[in-house]
Write a protein that binds this ligand. Structure first.
Ligand SMILES: NC(=O)c1ccc[n+]([C@@H]2O[C@H](COP(=O)([O-])OP(=O)(O)OC[C@H]3O[C@@H](n4cnc5c(N)ncnc54)[C@H](O)[C@@H]3O)[C@@H](O)[C@H]2O)c1
Length: 308
């Protein structure tokens, strides 16, 4: 794996919860000196314990109770604090005041627009969203999107840095709620709940068609890549032939679920009945298999030779 080439290869992770500690794993694994800041001492200690147990970058990670200390000489900051606009604005004001002038200030936010977080911030040009998927030390995709004031040069540097530490940055041109990943996930989850709630199939069947069907292709090709391989003539022939059926189906899809307590409980009971083994065992197994799939994809990358 390539490691940052810059001499100032120190990075700061601000907020050491579930996502911050996983980012610390990513950066330290890539060889960066990684400084962890969290105002809550218990969270700092928990993160350091988790990182040690997980075998992360021994000697390259330090925890700090002073944010200024954590930011000294860093070239990249990954903010991973609480998910609300007022908190993010306050944290970014501090980062902009204290971080070196050319350091990139990236936020892990899942829902917020950097144009709002960085509104009125003197250093808005260097503020950007870098939204990971949980946990980023296992899942590489990071949605990168600028705010209205973000400098294009900062976008390019952030993408370069995230690639250099082994992640897969994807660029969005502007903000939409849910970004790319959660919008597509929401579309699928809506229909999954509709199919179960209307009695068409049980949760096991719905999960199986993703796990043993669509998901196998989706681990190596996205929806456009799949469409391009579903007909001898590629995506044009495929949509030419099946576009009408897709449109009919799309008009037949279910409504937005209520997510009221009764509905959540119904889905919970059905999911409990389907699941064997403890959740922690399943989590470990999930992460182990995801790593194997990543390794396989690296060993046998997509052919990029011809266009046919
Ligand atoms: N959990 C997920 O699945 C997930 C996925 C992608 C992105 N995110 C985003 O990552 C961010 C962190 O989420 P999380 O799940 O790790 O939350 P979390 O609650 O586990 O961690 C947040 C941490 O921020 C700390 N904090 C509080 N005030 C702070 C301050 N002023 N400065 C710095 N840190 C402060 C808290 O002590 C806590 O340790 C959020 O913006 C969230 O939307 C979460």
């Amino acid at each position: 794996m390539s490691v940052m080439k810059e001499s100032r290869d120190a990075v700061a992770v601000v907020g050491a919860g579930v996502i911050g500690r996983s980012w610390a794993f990513v950066f330290s694994r890539a060889g960066c000196r990684t400084r962890l800041y969290d105002p809550d001492r218990t969270q700092r200690e928990r993160a350091i314990h988790w990182l040690k147990t997980a075998g992360a970058g021994e000697g390259r990670i330090s925890a700090h109770d002073e944010i200024a200390e954590a930011l000294e000489g860093v070239s990249y900051v990954q903010e991973s604090g609480p998910e609300n606009l007022a908190a993010k604005k306050a944290i970014f004001a501090g980062l902009d005041r204290l971080a070196p002038e050319d350091a990139i200030l990236a936020s892990s936010t899942s829902t917020l627009d950097m144009s709002a977080i960085a509104e009125g911030l003197p250093g808005a040009r260097r503020a950007i969203v870098a939204h990971p998927v949980n946990p980023p030390h296992v899942i590489p995709v990071v949605e990168v999107l600028p705010g209205k004031m973000t400098d294009p040069e900062v976008v390019a540097r952030a993408r370069g840095f995230l690639s250099a530490v082994g992640q897969s940055p994807v660029l969005m041109n502007f903000y939409v709620p849910g970004f790319l990943l959660n919008r597509m996930q929401a579309a699928l989850v809506r229909e999954a709940i509709h199919l179960v709630e209307s009695g068409v199939a049980d949760v096991g069947a719905v999960d199986a068609v993703i796990r043993d069907g669509l998901g196998l292709r989706w681990a190596i090709l996205g929806p456009f890549g799949v469409a391009n391989t579903n007909a001898d003539g590629g995506i044009r022939e495929y949509y030419g032939r099946y576009g009408g059926s897709y449109a009919e189906l799309m008009n037949d899809l279910g409504p937005t679920p209520s997510f009221d307590r009764a509905q959540i409980e119904r889905l919970g009971r059905r999911t409990d009945a389907m699941t064997n083994g403890s959740r922690s065992e399943i989590l470990e197994w999930r992460d182990r298999l995801i790593r194997k799939i990543r390794d396989l994809k690296q060993e046998d990358p997509m052919p990029r030779g011809g266009s046919s």
